[in-house]
Design a protein around this ligand. Structure first.
Ligand SMILES: [Cu+2]
Length: 109
């Protein structure tokens, strides 16, 4: 009787710890995914079409394993007014149906 109760308590504690561990792992994973900033250089800005050409290094989060220069759409056209050609920037992008889209863009300090 006493043994059984102890076992039940132990199982509950183990289960609680396992769940807590999972929660921590999940939050770490999502934090990593969100902070996948890529370094790049602004090569061209086209405000009329809402596009920016960025030269950047490998971006594993986007499946780009080689450095490259490519055209991105921007999520918000206002992003294009915050940088200029030649600026070194940090950006985040996602693959959308319309093409690769920059979701965050900021000039490197
Ligand atoms: Cu690219």
């Amino acid at each position: 009787m006493t043994m059984n109760n102890k076992e039940t308590v132990m199982k509950k504690i183990t289960h609680t710890l396992a769940v807590a561990g999972m929660a921590v792992m999940l939050s770490v994973t999502s934090a990593t995914a969100q902070s996948a900033a890529i370094s790049g250089e602004v090569k061209k800005i086209d405000e009329s079409t809402g596009k920016i050409t960025l030269k950047h290094g490998p971006a594993k989060s986007l499946g780009m394993n080689e450095p490259m220069t490519m055209v991105y759409r921007v999520k918000d056209p206002a992003m294009l007014t915050q940088v200029k050609v030649g600026d070194i920037v940090q950006f985040e992008a996602e693959e959308a149906a319309s093409g690769y889209t920059v979701t965050k863009l900021q000039k490197s300090k």
